[in-house]
Design a protein around this ligand. Structure first.
Ligand SMILES: *Cc1c(COP(=O)(O)O)cnc(C)c1O
Length: 418
């Protein structure tokens, strides 16, 4: 970074950022992550960074638990219990009771299970409502579930129009707590109450919220939730997802159609008929992916020590800072809501040439990403980002825009993953 001490951007100097770093209560977590030199990582909302202890733990599971202990590890190393144990560890991060959460499969697969269970809990109702702008896998899964049930349909609306569509045919509503593109945070307790007042069930997708802010599923009276662990939770690429089912539904025992043997009351009795486990266990399907779970377990060691109120406070300060530093830049429109109560932990900036601008930033070591048609996304992860880095990233963006270097042809070539 070329800017010297005292350099000023907007109303803030780099020195002021350094002063904030010096008193940051979360600063000590930075050394727990293996980030490469020369990189400012603003994509932890898409793939979280690698915790330094994860490689050793994964090596130990591979070489010792698998390689040496072999099949014995199912009992001796706690493999069989792992989906529940990890669920209990995630519960405090989402405001849930430990018995209401289990770690398994992927977000999409878990959404399939809870949507199907919701339809079964609301016989006679056939509409699934989703957000037209949601992360599309959620919409595709709702279509898939609706296609399996006679007369069912998936209807897409915007959250602000929800109330008009809450009629007596709506079985369930699925919404993201934080929008993956704009970073907008929805009012979880308020929306849940309105959906339930209309007789429907509320399913929250917390992929972009868990680890970014305190999520209050229990206090909001949510019926179901799903979420992934490779974003703010740093579980690693493709790490297993989780699902939450409110205890009142576990007692009533809704069924989900992926009734695999791990959800059976006695999987090792090898009986021909399905007898669901009591409690959250019936939402399991298959053998857990132990290597992915081991990596997640290691990052949850960190989360056990994290104060979520401090995460939220720093997240809002970092996003406030980035917005203040970038809002006047040429061709930039801040899309993320300014009000704290409506913002998650990312900032989306609109620019007509967002794709090449992001590529030029990445070449300078500032990693964000792009979502079509014109949004540049920057995720702010309070455990491993400093105020100074945010200042530097904004400065780099200003330089990319001022110099016009993003116009170079190489920045317009697209990879399979943006
Ligand atoms: C990241 C994300 C997913 C990921 O789904 P997978 O099935 O785990 O690949 C789903 N929904 C939302 C809202 C997401 O942000």
């Amino acid at each position: 970074m070329s800017a010297g001490t005292g350099a000023r951007m907007g109303a803030t100097t780099r020195e002021e950022c350094a002063a904030l770093d010096a008193v940051d209560p979360l600063a000590a977590f930075r050394k727990e992550f293996a980030l490469p030199d020369g990189v400012i990582y603003l994509d932890g909302n898409s793939l979280g960074a690698l915790p330094v202890r994860t490689p050793e733990r994964v090596r130990q599971v591979v070489e010792e638990e698998w390689g040496r202990e072999l099949i014995r590890s199912w009992n001796d190393a706690g493999w069989f219990e792992q989906p529940y144990r990890l669920g209990r560890r995630i519960a405090p991060l989402i405001g849930a009771d430990p018995a209401e959460v289990v770690v398994c499969d992927t977000t999409s697969v878990n959404l399939f299970k809870v949507l199907s269970a919701a339809l079964r809990l609301r016989p006679g109702r056939r509409t699934l409502l989703g957000d037209a702008e949601a992360f599309p896998t959620d919409l595709y899964i709702a279509e898939g579930v609706a296609g399996l049930v006679e007369g069912a349909r998936s209807v897409l609306v915007r959250p602000e129009e929800l109330d008009r569509h809450l009629d007596g045919d709506v079985a369930a509503v699925v919404l993201s707590h934080v929008d993956y593109r704009t970073g907008e945070l929805l009012d979880m307790p308020g929306i849940t109450a309105r959906v339930q007042a209309a007789g429907a069930l509320m399913i929250w997708d917390v992929c972009h919220a868990v680890g970014a802010l305190p999520v209050e599923l229990g206090a909001s009276n949510a019926d179901f939730a799903i979420g992934c662990t490779y974003k703010y939770l740093n579980g690693g690429p493709g790490s297993p997802a989780f699902l939450y089912v409110a205890e009142r539904h576990l007692a009533a025992g809704p069924l989900q159609p992926l009734s695999g043997w791990f959800g059976h009351a006695r999987p090792f009795a090898f009986e021909p008929g399905y007898d669901p486990k009591p409690g959250i266990g019936r939402f399991l399907t298959s053998s857990p992916s132990l290597l992915g779970q081991a990596a997640l377990d290691t990052s949850l060691d960190l989360w056990e020590r994290v104060d979520l109120a401090a995460v939220r406070a720093k997240s809002l300060a970092l996003t406030d800072l980035f917005i203040a530093l970038t809002e006047g830049l040429d061709g930039i429109e801040v899309v993320t809501p300014r009000e704290h109560a409506r913002r998650g932990s990312q900032v989306a900036l609109r620019h007509t040439d967002g794709y090449p601008v992001v590529q030029a930033l990445i070449e300078r070591g500032v990693i964000g990403d792009f979502r079509a048609p014109d949004l540049m996304r920057f995720g702010f992860t309070p455990l491993y980002l400093s105020y100074t880095e945010v200042w530097d990233a904004a400065r780099q963006l200003a330089e990319v825009l001022e110099s016009g270097e993003w116009r170079a042809e190489r920045f317009s070539r697209r990879g399979a993953v943006t």
